[in-house]
Write a protein that binds this ligand. Structure first.
Ligand code: DGJ
Length: 342
């Protein structure tokens, strides 16, 4: 009797394993914004506040690893829900839909509470670019204390896109507070750090050094006093576009874009690029990056996080098509399920 029972259990375990292997192996053909997104091994993708690097025929997705219980920081007078910092993950893909887990690109520190990467700290919005002259992959990220008063930018380097990245240091660029951020690498090889500064009231842009690991003193204040965060930058033709969110903690709000003819020139604030129902709250998400689809002139993906503030690990991703309309205005539209045109 016992033998038949254990045989049954063994067979059902084998069936489960086979089903999950088959599911994991089945490749995806479409984006499903806001739904659980699994990697090629069948595990939910854990890469929040992310950014994309295109290198040598592959896309690499870097993001915050959020794992464990979400808690509220006592004494905060705003929505400061937190999860222990888990470092930065890396996934790779050829088609932007099927992502292979490459591992932890930047590890957290579990022993020294004074270390920038200690699990008690905030590690957010990592972005990676490749420097052709040095052959190094350079990661910048927002480093903060639990109460968000440290407000610094951290930098790490690696010889490989998937890491491991070696952390160098954090700093306040030219003495300025630095929170939500992105890095934009222009066609001429120059790279810029866009970051929310001055208690998030004003966005700053700072030119990075030629090796991308330091800030120069070439810095500009834009969107002064407009309280914008979650910057995502892209270029179309000769113009630069910056999409941001308002500052409402983990809660969604209307996005807005700004446009400029040169990065250190005048940035003109414009309207919300999100069109149609739900666009007024960015479909319950917040910008993090705009991906130029390789080989397609007017094809971009708006990449955003749908935060679940009470359970941050289970925050999902909203990736939507972005295109420039005939008047040169970026438009993002909601799609339940969609694919990048081949
Ligand atoms: C909004 C930011 O965009 C997120 O990256 C995160 O810092 C939350 N605020 C924290 O409330």
């Amino acid at each position: 009797m016992k033998t038949i029972q254990s045989l049954k259990i063994t067979i059902s375990c084998m069936a489960c394993a086979l089903i999950s292997t088959l599911c994991a192996a089945q490749s995806k053909t479409a984006f499903e914004p806001g739904k659980i997104w699994t990697d090629t091994e069948g595990n939910p993708i854990n890469a929040h506040g992310g950014g994309i690097l295109y290198y040598n025929g592959s896309y690499y997705w870097y993001g915050e690893i959020k794992k464990g219980k979400t808690w509220f920081v006592p004494g905060s007078n705003w929505e400061n829900y937190r999860v222990n910092a888990g470092g930065v993950s890396c996934y790779s893909s050829k088609d932007l839909v099927n992502w292979k887990y490459e591992g932890v690109a930047l590890s957290p520190n579990t022993t020294d509470s004074t270390n920038d990467l200690h699990i008690s700290k905030v590690i957010e919005r990592p972005k990676v670019i490749f420097n052709k002259n040095t052959g190094k992959f350079v990661m910048w990220l927002h480093i903060d204390a639990a109460d968000y008063k440290y407000a610094r930018a951290g930098v790490a380097v690696s010889d490989n896109p998937a890491g491991p990245f070696k952390y160098i240091r954090s700093e306040r660029p030219n003495g300025n507070m630095a929170r939500d951020m992105t890095i934009f690498q222009d066609d001429d090889g120059k790279a810029y750090h866009f970051y929310s500064s001055e208690e998030n009231a004003t966005m700053h842009i700072c030119l990075l050094s030629d090796d991308y690991t330091e800030h120069t003193t070439i810095e500009k204040r834009i969107l002064i006093g407009e309280s914008r965060e979650a910057p995502a930058v892209f270029k179309n033709g000769n113009r630069y576009y910056l999409i941001t969110s308002g500052c409402t903690g983990w809660g969604p709000n209307p996005a807005a874009y700004a446009v400029a003819d040169s990065i250190m020139g005048q940035w003109a604030p414009r309207t919300n690029p999100c069109t149609g129902a739900g666009g007024d709250k960015t479909w319950a998400s917040q910008s993090t990056y705009v991906i130029p689809v390789q080989g397609q002139a007017n094809s971009y993906i708006f990449m955003a996080d749908r935060w679940n503030k009470l359970d941050l690990e289970h925050s999902y991703y909203v990736w939507l098509p972005l295109h420039m309309n005939s008047k040169g205005i970026p438009e993002i539209e909601w799609k339940e399920k969609w694919s990048v045109a081949k």
